[in-house]
Ligand binder design. Sequence first.
Ligand code: DAH
Length: 332
Amino acid sequence: MEALDRLRAEAAAVLESAADAGAIEKARVNFLGVKSGQLKELQKLLSGLSPDDRPAGGKRFNDAKAEIVASFALAQDRVASSQQSGVPNVEAIDVTLPGDPVRMGHLHPITQTIRRVQEIMARLGFESVDGPEVEDQWHNFDALAIGAEHPARDPLDNFYLAVARGSDPLLLRSQTSTVQIRVMERREPPLRIVSLGRVYRPDTADATHYPMFHQVEGLLVEPGVTLAHLKSVLRFFASSFLGGDVRVRFRPSFFPFTEPSVEVDMEWGGRWIEMGGAGMVDPAVLEAVGYDPDKVSGFAFGLGVERIAARRYGVADIRDFYRNDVRFLEQF
Ligand code: DAH
């Protein structure tokens, strides 16, 4: 019966070193297999024992079998728990869980305002055009009938650029009216354009001023245009932009490039707010770009983008638009 002891020891060793469920199953078939397991073979020898030795032999056989079965169970537990303890090392991904939210940004409120103005004006057939921010004297002043002695040209009121001695002074444009000239020089009437962009003036920043700000410039040139057309367009624009029926009021004013000229006020929430300037394009301007003032007339207007954005969003200090504080910008 030493064979039983050897088998017991061998089974214990094999099962102890079995690394996975496959090895254990192989060992099980080898030792405990019902058909040709090694234990089965030894069981057959029991019948060859003398009747006196049989009870003791049977007992030893049963003990050996119980021990191998126990080793087998132990090995199974060991492999199962080592697989489990491996779990935390493997990142479990549940693809059905909702993902981490992506932080979405959005357009700056001034950019949103510009797009909205463009979209409203497009409904009236006004095409959006751009012009350069670095301008020459002709487009910023002369062609707009702003004479050589006009105070608007004062170096203290403009950002002139350093240019080579003898060449024409350049400046950061102080108004988007420059774009009226650039478009009229290139195209023939009829014209309906809007231009929105940055303008620059060396103002001290306060709640309503900033050295860089934005303007909306509008221009319409066709035969038979009147101030009534201007008012209708501005009223349609103001009502669409601010919501509700916004009233528009003209006050007499003066701009070198319009005749007559008006200040444009809009009534919103029971208050009149000044929105900018406008008027009928001065015949001298039409002539400067080669149009015939006897054949066409036009209106033009210029509004402050920050002003209408502040109005619409209830912003009290336009500097907030440029501080880039996310807590402010997030609100739009
Ligand atoms: N460019 C003028 C300004 O910056 C605003 C303005 C007034 C524009 C009358 C116009 C206009 O087109 O017709 O103060």
